[in-house]
Design a protein around this ligand. Structure first.
Ligand SMILES: Nc1nc2c(ncn2[C@@H]2O[C@H](COP(=O)(O)OP(=O)(O)OP(=O)(O)O)[C@@H](O)[C@H]2O)c(=O)[nH]1
Ligand SMILES: [Zn+2]
Length: 294
């Protein structure tokens, strides 16, 4: 048996980094409950192949879900960087959903505002990120293209001894940032695609890059971040700014939707909770009631 870490996943195929080598691994049976970042026990079955026998208890698990099933994003992540930019415009819905997923998973979250060199759009972007900063999420301004050295100087120390996942909509500059932070990232990516995708390069994978002292996980850009798996109780706690109001509603089992005497709704009314955040909460409560089969 050998210890390894899963560096890429594609269906039931996994690439596992084991003792300086990369093995193409499968799980036993039909199970596909292994995620990038998992620490696994491997049994080698050929020079470059193996079987995953078991995985270690996870410190954290990040996932998203739709009505029918959940999809593992990554295991053992310690921090989430949400990459946004001055242009193209970013989605508040996706930012907040990512923050909720991080809160629910016990993962620290920060926003990375890229393309600050696009000066005419910077004030507007700053205005929009102010909401998240006011909730206590760190916001870091960078320019991967115009100020690469400054960007590395700022971000590299934050990666030390962390397992950091970057997520972002397409076009925000996530790949540019990864290429700055991970030497030879593009070569590693090509090798991973070749190993897992028979060289077709058609699929985008979640993949993990090992740094000297930490990991970076790149997730494919996605347009939707379903959180159907989160219960109402998890949701109310995942919205940080609800905290001071929880326990002060007239009804102990208040859903904070339209109940009389709801302290959270009062908070929205007084402007202490942003309307867009409460609207997302409502939407997520709705999603959580729509699950089928789990
Ligand atoms: N002006 C400016 N452009 C940037 C910066 N960083 C990246 N870009 C550009 O933004 C575009 C998207 O960058 P990528 O790094 O490919 O973005 P991505 O988020 O990985 O996008 P996908 O590959 O579509 O997932 C490219 O044309 C980059 O050259 C920046 O700091 N400033
Ligand atoms: Zn309430």
């Amino acid at each position: 048996m050998m210890d390894g870490i899963v560096i890429a996943a594609h269906g039931r195929h996994y690439l596992v980094h084991v003792e300086g080598e990369r093995l193409h691994c499968v799980t036993r049976g039909k199970k596909s409950d292994i995620a990038v970042g998992d620490q696994v026990d491997i049994k080698r079955t050929s020079p470059d192949q193996g079987v995953i026998e078991s995985f270690a208890e996870r410190k954290t698990l990040l996932y998203r879900s739709d009505q029918f099933k959940s999809k593992l994003l990554a295991a053992n992540v310690t921090q989430l960087f949400i990459v946004i930019a001055t242009e193209p415009g970013f989605s508040d819905d996706l930012v907040s959903r990512s923050l909720v997923a991080a809160e629910a998973g016990g993962i620290a979250a920060s926003l990375i505002l890229n393309k600050t060199d696009v000066a005419d759009l910077l004030p507007k972007a700053r205005e929009r990120v102010a909401l998240y900063a006011s909730l206590g999420y760190p916001v870091h301004e960078v320019s991967a293209k115009a100020r690469p050295e400054d960007t590395v100087a700022l971000l590299a120390p934050m990666l030390r001894d962390q397992s950091t996942i970057l997520i972002g909509q397409s076009g925000m500059g996530k790949s540019s940032l990864i290429n700055l932070l991970v030497p030879d990232a593009d070569i590693a990516t090509r090798e991973i695609s070749a190993a897992l995708d028979s060289g077709k390069h058609t699929t985008t994978f979640t993949r993990l890059y090992q740094l000297a002292d930490g990991n970076i996980i790149d997730s494919p850009g996605f347009q939707e971040f379903g959180l159907y798996h989160l219960s109402e109780g998890m949701l109310e706690r995942a919205f940080r700014e609800f905290q001071p109001f929880l326990g002060h509603c007239r009804f102990y089992n208040c859903h904070h939707l339209k109940e009389p005497g709801c302290a959270v709704l009062e908070g929205v009314h007084e402007g202490r909770i942003a309307t867009q955040r409460h609207e997302l909460y409502q939407q997520l409560v709705h999603e959580s009631s729509q699950t089928i089969g789990y």
